[in-house]
Design a protein around this ligand. Structure first.
Ligand SMILES: [Zn+2]
Length: 505
C-alpha cells in the first residue's frame, strides 16, 4: 500500500509564529517539494491576503508534478478565490473546510449542525463546478460527535468530494483513540470507497506523527504534514518522521510513500533557512545529532558494524558524509558537474557568479566540502537584484568602541558612510548601512552559525528585518563573520527595496 503525502509546509507551516515567506521563497520551497516528490502541495490560503494569492498562483503556474491545493472556508468568495489562484495548474485541488465539533459550531461559527452540513455540501458542489479534485476537512474532527462526522462525510462525498480529511486540529487525540476514530469513519460512511481518507495531526502533546501513523494503520490513505514539523503552535506532524518511520519499519507497517527520500535532508535545510526556524539538535531524522554517536561503546559498535546502533542510514535521506569535494585547483567543469550531482541546475549567469565565489573561497580555505558548496549556491539564490550594493566594509574595534565605514552603491549612486558606535562592530556596520539605505526598519532576528567545523569554517548569518510590519529574511556567508553579518543585512534591505519598488512606492 502507498500512503499519499500532502505537504502543508507552505500553508499550515507558514502559519508558524514569526514565519513569513515571500512569493519567491515559497516558490523555491515548492520546487524542492516537487523534487522530493510529495503527492500534494498545499500552497496557501488565497483569500487571506493578496500576497498569499500571488504566491499560490505562482506555484500553480510554475511547479509541475504534484497536485497544487489551495485552502478555502466554505463561503463562495473563498472558494472562487482559491480557484482563481490555482486554475493554471495541471493538477489543481480545492481544499475546503468547516468546523464540526460542538464547541466550534456553537462558539465560533454560531451555526447549528444542520447549517454546517448544508454549508459543507454547498461548498463542495461549488468547488466541484471548478475542478474534479475536491478535498473536504471537518475541522476539529477529533472533538466532533462521531455520527455527525460520518453524516457530513457521507454527504460531501455524495456532493463530489474526492478526499475527506479528519484533522486533529488542536493536537488533543491519542494514537489508540485517533486510529479507532479513523477506523470508525471508514466503516460507517457507506460511500467511503469513493474518497481518499486523509488525516491532519498537530503536535501539541508530541503525538502528531504517532497519531498520523495510527490513522494509516486504520485505513487512512493520505497524511498531511509539514517539513521539520513546523506549523501552528507546536506544529504539524513532521513529514520526514512519517516518511522514515514507514520506510524503516516497512516490515511492520507494510506501507510506503512515493517520496524521493534522498531529498529529505536538503528540503529540511532549505525550509529551515528560509523560515529562519532552527531545527532542534536532537530532532528525529534531520536534527544535527540524529546520526551522531557520543558514547565510546556506541562509536566502537558503529565502526565495526553500522547497524549495531543505527537503524537508519544517513545516506537514505541524502545526508552524505561531509567530505572534501573540491579544492582551489578544481576547474569550472568539475564545479558545474559537482553541483549537478548535488541536484542544482544553474543557468549560465548563476553558474558564473557561484564559480567566482567558489574561487575566492577556495583561495582562502584551500578545500571545500559539499556543505560549503551548498552554502554558496543557496546564498546566490537568496539574493535580490542589488539596488543596494555593499562595495567595501571596514570595521575597527577595540576598547568598547567600533567604527564602521561602508562604501556602497545605492541605485548606482556612490555613497560613503562612517559610524562610530558603542554597540559593537556589527551594530556599527548596520547603522552605517542604514544611513545609506534610508529605510525605516528594525532588526528582528540575528543568528549566526558555522556551516562546517574547524576554525576556517564559513560563518552563516541569518537576519530578519522588519519593515512596515512585514519581515524580510537576509542571509550572508563568509569566512569573516562581520562581513557575513553585513551581507545578510544588506540582502534583507535589498528585499525591502525590491518589495517597495514592486508596490510602486
Ligand atoms: Zn493545521
Amino acid at each position: 500500500m502507498t500512503v499519499k503525502i500532502f505537504d502543508t509546509t507552505l500553508r499550515d507551516g507558514e502559519q508558524s509564529p514569526g514565519v513569513s515567506l515571500n512569493a519567491e521563497e515559497k516558490l523555491r520551497i515548492a520546487r524542492q517539494l516537487a523534487k522530493l516528490n510529495v503527492d500534494v502541495i498545499e500552497a496557501g490560503f488565497p483569500v487571506a491576503s493578496q500576497g498569499d494569492f500571488q504566491a499560490v498562483q505562482k506555484i500553480a503556474r510554475e511547479v509541475e508534478g504534484p497536485i497544487i491545493a489551495a485552502l478555502a472556508r466554505t463561503n463562495f468568495e473563498d472558494i472562487d478565490r482559491a480557484w482563481e489562484a490555482i486554475k493554471d495548474s495541471s493538477n489543481p485541488r480545492i481544499h475546503t473546510f468547516i468546523a464540526t465539533s460542538p464547541i466550534h459550531m456553537e462558539f465560533k461559527l454560531k451555526k447549528s449542525p444542520a447549517e454546517v452540513l448544508e454549508n459543507a455540501v454547498k461548498a463542495v458542489k461549488r468547488a466541484k463546478g471548478y475542478t474534479e479534485d475536491v478535498e473536504f476537512s471537518a475541522e476539529d474532527a477529533s472533538r466532533s460527535e462521531r455520527d455527525f462526522l460520518c453524516k457530513i462525510f457521507q454527504a460531501v462525498i455524495e456532493a463530489g468530494a474526492t478526499t475527506i480529511n479528519i484533522p486533529d486540529t488542536v493536537g488533543y487525540a491519542t494514537p489508540g483513540e485517533f486510529g479507532e476514530l479513523v477506523g470508525y469513519v471508514c466503516e460507517n460512511v457507506s460511500n467511503i470507497d469513493q474518497a481518499e481518507v486523509s488525516v491532519h495531526c498537530h503536535n501539541d502533546l508530541g503525538m502528531g506523527v504517532a497519531n498520523s501513523i495510527a490513522a494509516v494503520e486504520n485505513g487512512a490513505t493520505q497524511v498531511e504534514c509539514a517539513v521539520n514539523g513546523i506549523g501552528e503552535r507546536a506544529g504539524n506532524a513532521a513529514l520526514e518522521e512519517i516518511a522514515l518511520a514507514l520506510n524503516t519499519r516497512h516490515d511492520y507497517y507494510n506501507q510506503k510513500t512515493a517520496l524521493n527520500l534522498q531529498e529529505i535532508y536538503r528540503t529540511s535545510r532549505l525550509v529551515s533557512q528560509l523560515t529562519g526556524m532552527d531545527i532542534q539538535f536532537n530532532k528525529a531524522v534531520v536534527g544535527k545529532n540524529a546520526f551522531a554517536h557520543e558514547a565510546g561503546i556506541h562509536q566502537d559498535g558503529v565502526i565495526k558494524e553500522r547497524t549495531t546502533y543505527e537503524i537508519m542510514d544517513a545516506k537514505t535521506i541524502g545526508l552524505k558524509e561531509n567530505r572534501i569535494v573540491m579544492g582551489k585547483h578544481s576547474g569550472r567543469h568539475a564545479f558545474r558537474d559537482r553541483l549537478a550531482e548535488m541536484g542544482y541546475d544553474l543557468d549560465r549567469e548563476e553558474l558564473n557568479h557561484c564559480f567566482k565565489r567558489f574561487k575566492e573561497l577556495a583561495d582562502r580555505k584551500g578545500e571545500l566540502t559539499g556543505l560549503d558548496l551548498e552554502a554558496i549556491v543557496e546564498d546566490q539564490f537568496g539574493q535580490s537584484p542589488e539596488l543596494l550594493q555593499l562595495k567595501l566594509l571596514q570595521v575597527v574595534t577595540g576598547n568598547g568602541i567600533s567604527t564602521a565605514t561602508v562604501h556602497m552603491l545605492k541605485e548606482g549612486e556612490k555613497m560613503l558612510e562612517s559610524v562610530c558606535s558603542e554597540g559593537g562592530p556589527i551594530d556599527a556596520a548596520y547603522e552605517a548601512i542604514n544611513r545609506v539605505a534610508g529605510l525605516d526598519c528594525r532588526l528582528d532576528i540575528f543568528k549566526i552559525d558555522a556551516i562546517t567545523g574547524g576554525k576556517d569554517a564559513l560563518g552563516n548569518v541569518t537576519v530578519k528585518v522588519e519593515h512596515e510590519e512585514e519581515l524580510f529574511l537576509g542571509r550572508g556567508v563568509s569566512t569573516d563573520i562581520i562581513k557575513a553579518s553585513a551581507v545578510a543585512y544588506n540582502n534583507a534591505l535589498n528585499k525591502i527595496m525590491a518589495a517597495k519598488s514592486r508596490k510602486g512606492r
